[in-house]
Design a protein around this ligand. Structure first.
Ligand code: SAM
Length: 281
């Protein structure tokens, strides 16, 4: 599994929440979630209770969770790098492991000045929002995605910090004036090899769009396309950061080196995260 986030995958889709006309006790809720295979049923029950606007909504949310929808889609938000990120149905759920990409990006950014930050394949916009926050707001942020639902969601998440969100295929979405000016380019491209998609947990397979997951035959098709164009968009000394699985790190580093970048591979064993930092000479 390449993008594991849903630590609480319901194993069964057969269980149903209790009758909506009956009061829903916290114990009922935990029991329903546990019966559906949610490993952290108590935590989920607490989050559902805190988020629901009343008993009817709590019932409806529990029904969706028990039916196998990702918790973050049911809640409508995810915690990411200390931020609460809106997650719309059908939009890729930001994974905890990707917080490591953000940390690496912040560490590799120039220490001074107002930076040009770009987050390609932005999904909810979580990476850009977290990076800008980590840099104390010291940047002009642009995010882009091919999927209109992701673009809408990212616009909501970046509305407060002045981020610009563009729709389109990779770099074609960006304003031309950014060419040669990007200081930090993050791109958490889809990287699951096509043949592995059926092996993903149902929450990802059934509730996240396939283009958000499928990285082509070896999972690196999108990275190849980003690597081919990135140098023309980065400022001299600018960095491109991307995430892979551990076994893809070597071929991914090869792709970036062949495109002329100086590449560093870093891992966070706790988050099971691998990040490649590619610096333009
Ligand atoms: C793995 S998700 C990452 C989302 C987000 N960056 C995150 O880490 O939570 C990949 C995203 O890439 C987008 N995507 C896929 N192909 C794309 C393309 N050719 N151009 C732009 N975005 C694309 C998908 O819509 C999806 O939102």
């Amino acid at each position: 599994m390449h993008h594991p986030t849903h630590s609480t995958t319901p194993a069964s889709h057969s269980s149903r929440p209790s009758d909506p006309s009956r009061p829903f006790s916290p114990d009922d809720l935990v029991e329903q979630l546990r019966a559906a295979g949610c490993v952290f049923a108590e935590d989920e029950a607490r989050l559902l209770c805190e988020t629901a606007g009343g008993p009817a909504q709590l019932w409806e949310m529990t029904a969706r969770r028990v039916a196998g929808h990702p918790l973050e889609h049911v809640l409508g938000w995810a915690q990411f790098a200390g931020l609460r990120i809106a997650v719309d149905p059908g939009v890729f759920v930001p994974r905890r492991r990707t917080e490591f990409l953000v940390r690496c990006a912040a560490a590799s950014a120039p220490a001074e000045g107002t930076l040009v930050l770009v987050d390609l394949c932005c999904g909810t916009g979580a990476v850009g929002a977290a990076l800008l926050a980590a840099l104390g707001g010291r940047g002009e942020l642009h995010a882009a995605d091919l999927d209109p639902a992701a673009v809408r969601c990212a616009r909501r998440n970046l509305a407060d910090n002045g981020g610009h969100v563009h729709e389109g295929d990779l770099f074609t979405a960006l304003p031309d004036r950014l060419r040669g000016r990007i200081d930090v380019l993050t791109a958490n491209v889809p990287y699951v090899p096509t043949a592995d998609i059926p092996l993903l947990p149902p929450e990802a397979r059934e509730h996240e769009p396939r283009p958000a997951l499928d990285g082509g035959p070896d999972g690196l098709a999108l990275l190849r396309r980003v690597a081919a164009e990135a140098a023309g968009w980065l400022a001299p000394g600018g960095v491109l950061l991307t995430e892979t699985s551990s076994h893809q790190a070597e071929p991914a580093a090869g792709i970036l080196s062949a495109a002329g970048f100086a590449v560093t591979v870093t891992t966070d064993p706790e988050l099971w995260a691998t990040t490649l930092t590619a610096r333009r000479p």
